[in-house]
Design a protein around this ligand. Structure first.
Ligand code: C5P
Length: 231
């Protein structure tokens, strides 16, 4: 069964806690990204955990292996459930993240790799020295590289998840943003899929922000997305 993760795209811990309380029981998993973490720090992670919810800490680490290893350990101590790294950080960095997480046994954070940011196109890749591959080819190559070096899963667009889930070993996690319930506003997302399509294609976790956060009744919006996920 795929899980729903709500993106806590708010600016303060107070707003985050109020949103989680308002959404209530149907949602058990929240994503804390750079904006909220930079504003509020580990206290916001603790606040979400104290409400009995799981945390996806999306800070996309990319640094030398020792630094990433220690940052993953810090996240694990906070009780974080999912964390992100950039696959372009290299083999040793990915391994360092996976090894640091593994120290925490069953409660370890699962390490997710970002392959190619969806904001980058072919000419952006060329700017940073990646030529001769389309973004889709680069995604496929980096996905395999990350998983082969110990990543538990990938952050992937709903348009990529079908091919990736077929190509990679069973048990790989696929976290998919860009999900929009049938008939809802897409906002600035360009390549969206419905919850049912994303799950059918192999997504194990869907990340949804505005369709729930901005809904008049966020609990009802979450319930309806959850219903769309049972395919
Ligand atoms: O509001 P919305 O549902 O578009 O929010 C999606 C969340 O997933 C945001 O936190 C956004 O930063 C994140 N995300 C994304 N696309 C990516 C990677 C992350 O929308 N490629």
């Amino acid at each position: 069964m795929a899980e729903l993760i709500v993106a806590l795209d708010v600016q303060t811990r107070e707003e985050a806690v109020a949103k989680i309380r308002q959404i209530g029981e149907p949602v058990g998993f929240y994503k804390i990204g750079l904006e909220l973490f930079t504003a509020e720090g580990p206290d916001v992670v603790k606040a979400v955990k104290d409400l009995g919810k799981k945390v996806f800490l999306d800070l996309k680490f990319h640094d030398i292996p020792r630094t990433v290893e220690r940052a993953v350990r810090s996240g694990a101590k906070l009780g974080v459930d999912l964390m992100t790294i950039h696959s372009v950080g290299g083999r040793a960095m990915i391994r360092a993240a996976a090894d640091a997480a593994a120290e925490f046994g069953e409660t370890r954070p699962r390490i997710l790799a970002v392959t190619v940011l969806t904001s980058l196109d072919r000419s952006d890749l060329e700017d940073v020295g990646i030529s001769g591959r389309t973004p889709a080819e680069q995604v496929a190559a980096m996905a395999r590289f990350a998983v082969d070096n110990g990543a538990d899963g990938l952050v992937s667009s709903p348009k990529e998840v079908g091919a990736l889930s077929k190509a990679l070993k069973a048990g790989t996690l696929f976290i998919t943003p860009g999900v929009r319930p049938a008939g809802s506003a897409v906002g600035d997302q360009k390549r969206v899929a419905t919850p049912a399509d994303a799950v059918r294609d192999g997504a194990t976790h869907l990340v949804v922000g505005r369709p729930i956060l901005a809904a008049e009744d966020p609990t009802a919006a979450a319930r309806s997305i959850l219903a769309e996920m049972t395919v």
